[in-house]
Design a protein around this ligand. Structure first.
Ligand code: ANZ
Length: 841
């Protein structure tokens, strides 16, 4: 007998597959129904690693499954090839980011081909190709026309020592990650996409995805958008003409407001401080410097001691006319709500911490000691809780945030929190000093990058500040060569250093203009790439709407949970924009989403610093592609992490060899009359088939593989000590194993298919259907009696439980008739054989 030699199989079949073009999804006249299975496309950072191996093994199992089920499956691949690592490599080693990028793409492409993934290689895209990024520019222009792209000055993190803009992740505790200098803010004029216009739809449409996306991802999206409902309340400031508006989710607590806080870097704080005493002016200036170096998360943390200062002014509570001192404090953010709050220390923890730090009054206005349905207690005017002294927030330090009844609140007294919110808003509206309001955590999408390796923004700037979009027929605005450009980050785009490139002319007047030197965030590239795969070579449009109609939205999207928020949110946003513009007929791009787990080592993430990185290339060398793929899918359900320390890749090789030998040993001819095959083995094969279909369509691939192993052992036994290698049931079993194995181990399966006497191309072989009669034979007969008299006989599974059997019995029409309107007094169930209803009346 021959030996299982995975190296030989890989060498043999890869070129055959190339030639057969089995995964071509655009054959004219193909009438198969369609499915679009998409793996998140990779960033070309070096060769493929174990994480890729997990992701593509999973996506490919899904794609292959649907192909076996008779679908024309679109399973494309491309590269997300703009971005910082290429630029940093060029800064470090010299050269052009292009060289690094395209060399890595070539390597990854070869590795993927070797990995046997069933991609349609005719649809490859690279986002750094002008043929691709010109459509980013087109999209930008559409957004600009719609008023969805705009420019404004905004703060960036700036390291004054390195003269560099820093990403949020590069700021550690307010200091530059590299040199330790205190990070400051710098104002730059930058481009934004107005995603906030779509906040409600992005939130509400998540309901459609319920059950089809991981619940965790839906929650993360919801939290990121962060809609809160409440009220805007206008406060007069003594000695100032204009009122100040605050956003609150708790207008019910207005009578408990004891001070007001404004964000230190707001215009209002600057204005009020300017009118204060010299000492306060000075303290304010140094406080502002301190605040600028902190990020918003640290600022709002309840852990950090509260800081702030009194601005020597008073606001007036619009409901009770009380004077509230106005403070500046950094726990209030300038860019949320209105950058000012009414502080209710009894019922808000941060306000309470602040009040306790600066000795400000705390007044309880919601009595949370009384259940909402309970008696309304009388609490004195000053808001103290005499009977519950030790529960008072100023004593406990714990704000009362729970349910309760309003007290000390004039017209709101006695109402529940919820009713008081509604009533307070009504009163504010009657008096014209407040109204219902909505706020979102979501901010507009900052797309400007002061970096080289990205899509140039297709806007021209005149000396007079005028902005002119580059006409569509002049796209793409090509990225110049990197040669001669200083790519080091310094807060302005490297493109600005290329005077020849920067010089442009106004398309209508011919007047000299300057190009926009910024490039786009690479999340723009990936916000619509799934549409480009539909007509990747079309040089007349971004994508063909007719093809989108045929294929999209994506039936199954597969990728890492690290993209749970931004990438998915941006892709959903751009899809909605394209929907509104009439380019697509769907408003959610990804009908179903699966997040694969990580590949870890000894319970922890693989990382260079820990020295526990397993090299994919070495695993492939040692065990072969199929064993690595099979191991990935066998180790756990796809959402769970795979601990590479716990798996046995060698065990996978052994199993593959066993399966392969079974195919080798079959001696009957293809098409042998299975009717004459061994009945016990046939039953086992068809039970296997009835189980693996549903398992595979719900991605329970680990269980499918366990069943494959079971059946393989059974056939081995049938060959060695049962009906023998020539029995047609053995062939039937071997063919079933081969087709199902193709999901995980395509090289081995292809070779088995050949050994079984078939033409190459197992990937397109129809999934064998279970024969019902072979399943039914195994069913048990359950007798159903009413008062001892047989009323029905049910065919049931021998493993049925009592509960399930009783349910079936109750649904039987004969039984229903026999019972009529009599009362069931007792039910005896002996699954799978008997149900007896004792009835009376
Ligand atoms: C009074 C109040 C009383 C509040 C109370 C809460 C509890 P979310 O849910 O996150 O939207 N707030 C408003 N603007 C703010 C800003 N710029 N920086 C920091 N905090 C701000 O939170 C809304 C609540 O956060 C608002 O409701 C306000 O405090 C505070 F018992 O108003 B609240």
């Amino acid at each position: 007998t021959q030996d299982y030699d995975f190296r030989a199989l890989e060498r043999k079949w890869a070129p055959v597959w190339d030639e057969l073009r089995l995964f071509d999804s655009s054959v004219p006249g193909d009438t198969r129904p369609r499915k679009y299975v998409l793996d998140m496309f990779p960033y070309p950072s070096g060769d493929l690693h174990m994480g890729h191996a997990e992701q593509y093994a999973l996506g490919d199992a899904a794609a292959r499954f649907w192909r076996h089920r008779g679908f024309n499956v679109l399973h494309p691949i491309g590269w997300d090839s703009f971005g910082l690592p290429a630029e940093n490599a060029a800064i470090k080693n010299g050269g052009d980011p292009r060289d690094w990028t395209y060399a890595n793409i070539a390597q990854q492409r070869e590795s993927m081909r070797r990995y046997g993934v069933s991609f349609d290689w005719d649809r490859v895209i690279h986002t750094s190709d002008p043929e691709y990024y010109r459509w980013n520019q087109w999209l930008f222009l559409k957004m600009y026309e719609e008023g969805l792209a705009y420019r404004k000055f905004s703060d960036v993190n700036w390291c004054p020592n390195d003269q560099t803009v820093l990403a949020n992740e590069q700021v550690v505790d307010g200091h530059c990650e590299r040199c330790g200098a205190v990070v400051t803010k710098k104002k730059l004029n930058q481009w934004y996409f107005k995603i906030t216009d779509y906040a409600d739809r992005l939130l509400d449409d998540l309901n459609q995805l319920e059950g089809h996306w991981p619940a965790k991802v839906l929650t993360m999206q919801r939290n990121w958008i962060g809609r809160s409902l409440g009220a805007d309340v206008d406060f007069e400031i003594e000695g100032r003409d204009e009122k100040v508006t605050v956003f609150t989710t708790r207008p019910d607590t207005l009578y408990g407001a004891t001070f007001m806080v404004v964000a230190p870097e707001s215009d209002l704080a600057a204005e009020l401080a300017a009118d204060a005493s010299a000492a306060t002016r000075e303290r304010f200036a140094s406080y502002l410097d301190e605040v600028r170096s902190l990020d918003s998360i640290a600022r709002q943390s309840t852990e950090r001691p509260k800081t702030g200062l009194f601005l020597e002014r008073y606001a007036v509570n619009p409901l009770n006319g009380e004077r509230l001192p106005v403070w500046a404090a950094d726990y209030v953010l300038a860019d949320y709500g209105h950058g000012a709050i009414m502080a209710v220390p009894a019922h808000d923890q941060r306000d309470l911490d602040f009040a306790r730090a600066f000795d400000l009054p705390v007044r309880v206005v919601v009595d949370t000691t009384q259940p909402v349905t309970g008696v309304i207690p009388v609490i004195p005017e000053d808001g103290s809780l005499p009977e519950f002294e030790d529960l008072h927030p100023s004593v406990t330090g714990e704000a009362l945030t729970g349910e309760g009844r309003l007290t000390n609140s004039g017209p709101l007294d006695g109402l529940s929190k919820r009713n008081a919110i509604t009533r307070a808003i009504e009163i504010l509206e009657e008096r014209g000093t407040g109204r219902p309001a909505k706020n979102y955590r979501l901010r507009d999408w900052l797309i400007s990058r002061q970096r080289y390796w990205g899509t140039p923004i297709p806007i021209l700037h005149g000396a007079d500040g005028v902005e002119v979009p580059v006409p569509e027929d002049q796209l793409p605005v090509l990225l110049p060569d990197a040669e001669g450009l200083d790519l080091r980050p310094r807060g302005t785009s490297p493109l600005g250093g290329d005077a020849a490139w920067m010089a442009a002319t106004d398309p209508t007047t011919g007047a000299p203009m300057q190009r926009d030197a910024d490039t786009m965030d690479t999340f723009v590239d990936s916000s619509w790439y799934f549409l480009r795969f539909l007509s990747p070579k079309d040089d007349t449009q971004a994508f063909d709407p007719a093809e989108a109609e045929k294929w999209a939205p994506i039936d199954q999207y597969i990728g890492g949970v690290e993209h749970a928020i931004l990438h998915l949110l941006y892709a959903r946003f751009i899809t909605k924009v394209l929907y509104d513009l009439g380019y697509v007929t769907f408003s959610e791009p990804f009908s179903a989403l699966l997040n694969q787990g990580m590949v870890i080592m000894d319970g922890t993430k693989m990382s260079k610093s820990k020295g526990n990185v397993v090299k994919l290339s070495e695993e492939l060398e040692t065990y072969g592609v199929d064993a690595v793929r099979l191991t990935m899918m066998f180790a756990s359900p796809p959402e769970d992490d795979v601990d590479w320390a716990d798996v046995s890749v060698a065990g996978s090789v052994k199993f593959l060899a066993r399966a392969w030998r079974v195919a080798n040993d079959v001696t009957s001819e293809p098409g042998a009359d299975v009717q004459r095959g061994d009945l016990a083995l046939r039953r086992q094969v068809h039970r296997f088939l009835s189980e693996v279909g549903p398992l595979a369509s719900s991605f329970k691939f680990n269980v499918v593989i366990a069943k494959l192993m079971e059946l393989t052992n059974a056939v081995r036994k049938a060959i060695d000590s049962g009906p023998g290698a020539g029995d047609p049931a053995v062939r039937e079993a071997a063919e079933a194993i081969t087709v199902v194995l193709d999901l995980f181990a395509p090289y081995t399966a292809e070779d088995m298919w050949e050994k079984l006497g078939h033409e190459p191309g197992v990937a397109l072989v129809k999934w064998p259907e279970p024969v019902p009669s072979l399943l039914r034979e195994e069913q048990a007969k359950a007798v159903v009696q009413v008062n001892g008299k047989v009323r029905d006989v049910l065919q049931v599974s021998p493993s049925i439980g009592d509960g399930e059997l009783e349910k079936l019995a109750r649904e039987s029409a004969n039984v229903v008739r026999a019972i009529g309107d009599k009362e069931i007094v007792k039910v005896i169930v002996r699954a799978p054989k008997l149900v007896n209803f004792a009835v009376k009346g």
